[in-house]
Write a protein that binds this ligand. Sequence first.
Ligand SMILES: NC(=O)C1=CN([C@@H]2O[C@H](COP(=O)(O)OP(=O)(O)OC[C@H]3O[C@@H](n4cnc5c(N)ncnc54)[C@H](O)[C@@H]3O)[C@@H](O)[C@H]2O)C=CC1
Ligand SMILES: O=C(O)CCC(=O)C(=O)O
Length: 409
Amino acid sequence: MSNSFADVNRYFERAASLLGLSAPLKKQLETPHREVRVECNIRMDDGTVGTFTGFRVQHDNARGPFKGGLRFHQEVEIDEVRALASLMTWKTAVVGIPYGGAKGGITVDPTTLSKGELERLTRKFTAGIHEFIGDTVDIPAPDVNTNAQVMAWIMDEYAKFHGFRPGVVTGKPVELFGSLGREEATGRGVMISIEEHLKTLGKTLADVTYVIQGFGNVGNNAARLLTEAGGKVLGIGDHTGSFYDPAGIDIPAALAWQKANRSLAGFQAPKVERDALLVQRCDVLIPAALGGVITPSVAREVNCSLISEGANGPTTPDADEVLHQRGITVLPDIYANAGGVTVSYFEWVQNIQQFAWDEQRVRRELEVIMRPAYAKIAEVARARSVDMRTAAFMVAIDRVARATELRGA
Ligand SMILES: NC(=O)C1=CN([C@@H]2O[C@H](COP(=O)(O)OP(=O)(O)OC[C@H]3O[C@@H](n4cnc5c(N)ncnc54)[C@H](O)[C@@H]3O)[C@@H](O)[C@H]2O)C=CC1
Ligand SMILES: O=C(O)CCC(=O)C(=O)O
């Protein structure tokens, strides 16, 4: 289960060809600008030296500073980071926020580290990449297995080299120049994406049922918000367990369980096999864990009419074809999960202005970005008779291509 750069580029290639981009421009837009690899040696609690490898891939900055999350996971490798960095370029462009795309990661299972080891590793990585990041250069943020505390360490370590620059990183703790609403932002954006689509069908969030894979930052906030909106969540799961109940899962109980136990293991609800969760009956499926989980065989069996991609790259290109042939609408990752980076943008704006917004304003401004973006993608999908993913890539690539040409060589 991972993302591949070749897979992202299949989507890129299809959309770029429909736009009639020249071969040299396509190559320029496809190729990452810079890739940084750092060895991070740290002192482990038992006195030994731990060696870890970290990456930062800066894909494109024609429309603004590089922007994107930082992932700590045992399966992180350069090709995947490249894929995720490229998705960030198209994501920031499709919602029209003034950034390019980047992604970083360290190959580590953070659950095997103590808090002290995690802090030392984060600081070592930051020291290794500090020359390449900055609030006008490249701005990291949380992704899988990273959080506000990790961002605070990055901000602090960066300050040792460059002085106080809170906008060097987003997703910080609210007490330390973070933004209200950032933590739930990706889940909220997923909800908005679904709401916009349902509107076109004359339905509301309360009229449909949901299955959500992944119960971390994206999945659990989506589950909470959809439940608060009156929707019924039938299935949830994380890496420790999956649950499905046609009568509905008690989401407040699941959230409380997860908060107390740090995972869903042991949660009391009807269990299903991890791989079976994605094919349970529902109206809306929300993959919100890792990439590559919707393969052609899963796509042939999913039992929903809409997929909103909370995760990055959850659907392989071959599976995407199958979904299209089956008439299942996919709200693509670069749009559906853009709520997180959008509120990161608001955090950065607040940091630059040294002026904090209240949460209502953050939510309002998120809608101002997410709702028209749906309309734009849907308009292109209609006008060019393409699916929503192709349309989203076309909108994004067109914007990056124009910026690139206007800036010149
Ligand atoms: N955090 C953010 O703001 C954004 C995250 N994303 C994407 O959303 C996805 C989830 O990210 P976060 O929620 O931030 O990460 P997280 O670390 O908070 O949570 C990840 C969740 O996925 C689950 N998971 C991991 N492996 C699994 C497996 N094999 N089967 C089932 N569940 C599994 C974990 O148990 C956990 O519940 C990733 O693809 C990430 O790139 C996208 C946009 C923004
Ligand atoms: O908030 C951000 O800057 C980036 C979040 C992220 O990594 C993503 O959207 O995939």
